[in-house]
Write a protein that binds this ligand. Structure first.
Ligand SMILES: [Zn+2]
Ligand SMILES: [Zn+2]
Length: 286
């Protein structure tokens, strides 16, 4: 029965994801920004979540995370060994430092996803969602994981060794927080928006309006947006529409899988990509 362990573990992972989505969606019903988001938008994201998880698992099975240990051995890293926390206070401080450092590398990766055309072609599928909600969290192209390994996992693995932290629990908290900030929830944090991110903060990042373009890149702490001058403080009642200005339909499984490759290689490569029906008038961030 050993052969069942893999599929059962994967099913459990998917089920946990769906249960978490279900809980967040229940909370969204209390005070949604968009009460009537079309069901087929949500259904597409749920199906995409399964596709994304399958491909990500296959990529992980290739052992790509070994790149970090290989680089550490080769370069004699990690270079900064941090002391293990001795009590609850220092544990909290270390956990906070870990999140802050993670967010620093995420900030720059995310900023480059918007400012470097090569990376934008991979990231724009995430921004094509016109019905932002908790299911948008994993609406990312499956190249995200290898890219995060290069831009976040590798530099952090070379620079720091955090001792005595339950990194698995921290990763779980990060996933929950990413789901929280994508919620279709009319929640305003007021002045606290400059301390931690939230659904309104990240919704502004997903807006296609000129004043919001390339703003609010941080995942956890607006601190990095403030330091690097990309911060947009959410105003009272500011819940802009989201998506791209392109009229191309993105909720299509085959197209979503091939989208970055089409943009990098041209629309006619291998004739695999269905030609989209383009309408006149596309402008802005597309
Ligand atoms: Zn983005
Ligand atoms: Zn997002």
């Amino acid at each position: 029965m050993e052969w069942l362990a893999g599929p059962l573990g994967f099913s459990k992972y998917l089920l946990t994801g769906f249960v978490m989505y279900g809980v967040f969606m229940g909370v969204e019903r209390l005070r949604p920004v968009e009460p009537r988001q079309p069901w087929h938008h949500l259904r597409f994201n749920l199906v995409w979540y399964v596709v994304y998880s399958c491909v990500s698992l296959a990529i992980q099975a290739l052992g790509i995370s070994r790149v970090i240990t290989l680089a550490q051995t080769w370069l004699g890293a990690p270079w900064v060994i941090l002391p293990a926390p001795q009590n609850a206070w220092t544990y909290g401080l270390m956990a906070l430092l870990h999140l802050l450092v993670t967010d620093f590398f995420y900030y720059w990766f995310h900023r480059w996803q918007h400012t470097r055309p090569f990376l934008w072609e991979q990231h724009k599928f995430h921004h094509s969602d016109v019905s932002l909600n908790v299911t948008s969290t994993r609406r990312v192209h499956w190249l995200e994981d290898p890219l995060l390994l290069i831009f976040l996992g590798l530099p952090m693995g070379l620079l720091f060794q955090f001792n005595g932290l339950a990194l698995g629990i921290l990763a779980f908290v990060e996933i929950l927080w990413l789901q929280f900030i994508h919620m279709n929830l009319r929640l305003e944090l007021g002045w606290f928006s400059s301390v931690v991110t939230g659904p309104q903060y990240h919704r502004i990042h997903h807006s296609f309006q000129d004043e919001h373009i390339d703003k609010n890149f941080s995942a956890f702490f607006p601190f990095w947006d403030i330091v690097f001058k990309t911060y947009h403080h959410p105003r009272r009642g500011e819940f802009p529409p989201t998506g791209l200005t392109s009229t191309e339909p993105y909720n299509h499984l085959w197209r979503a899988n091939l989208l970055p490759f089409r943009e990098w290689l041209g629309p006619n490569y291998l004739n695999l990509y269905p030609r989209p029906k383009r309408r006149a008038g596309s402008a802005g961030r597309s």
